[in-house]
Design a protein around this ligand. Structure first.
Ligand code: ZN
Length: 152
C-alpha cells in the first residue's frame, strides 16, 4: 500500500438545501474554498438519487436512478485533485420508505431534500488522480504530489 501522512487543517459543517445537486454542491464548495485534500461525510435525505456502479469488465460506470424520497443512511468520501481541479469522490447508501437500501458511487443529478455535510480538511500534498491502466479508473498516485495548500 502506498500512503502519505496528513494532518488536520480545519473542520467544516455544511448544509445543502432542497433542490441542490448533491455532487455539484460538494464540488462547488471545494472549488470556491480551494480545498484539494480532505474527507467528506454526509447524511440527510434526497428526493431523487442517481448512483453508479463501475463495470469492471467494460470499464464504464453504469448508473441507476431512484425517483422517490430517500434517506441518506451513510455517505462518505474524499477530496483530491483530478485534472488540476478539486474532485469529490463520494459513496452513498440510501434507504427507501421501508428501509430497503441501495448503494453506490455518487453521480450527478442527486436532488437534495436536506443534507448535513462534515468536511475535514487535511494539510499536506493533495493526492492526484491519474489514469490507472489496470482498472481503467482514475486512482490516487501518492507519489505525484499536488499543491501543498490543503485548506481554505
Ligand atoms: Zn466511487
Amino acid at each position: 500500500m502506498e500512503s502519505q501522512a496528513y494532518g488536520p487543517a480545519g473542520y467544516f459543517l455544511g448544509s445543502l438545501r432542497k433542490g441542490d445537486d448533491l455532487l455539484a454542491g460538494l464540488d462547488g464548495w471545494c472549488r470556491d474554498n480551494r480545498v484539494t485534500c480532505g474527507l467528506i461525510w454526509v447524511i440527510g435525505s434526497l428526493s431523487r438519487a442517481v448512483l453508479g456502479f463501475y463495470d469492471q469488465q467494460e470499464r464504464v460506470y453504469r448508473s441507476f436512478r431512484l425517483d422517490e424520497p430517500l434517506e441518506i443512511v451513510s455517505g462518505s468520501g474524499n477530496v483530491s485533485l483530478k485534472d488540476g481541479r478539486p474532485f469529490c469522490h463520494v459513496h452513498l447508501v440510501v434507504a427507501d420508505s421501508r428501509g430497503r437500501c441501495f448503494g453506490g458511487h455518487l453521480m450527478p443529478d442527486c436532488s437534495v431534500f436536506a443534507a448535513e455535510v462534515h468536511l475535514a480538511i487535511l494539510d499536506g500534498a493533495a493526492p492526484v488522480r491519474l489514469a490507472d491502466k489496470n482498472t481503467g479508473l482514475s486512482l490516487w498516485d501518492l507519489r505525484a504530489p499536488g499543491p501543498t495548500d490543503g485548506g481554505a
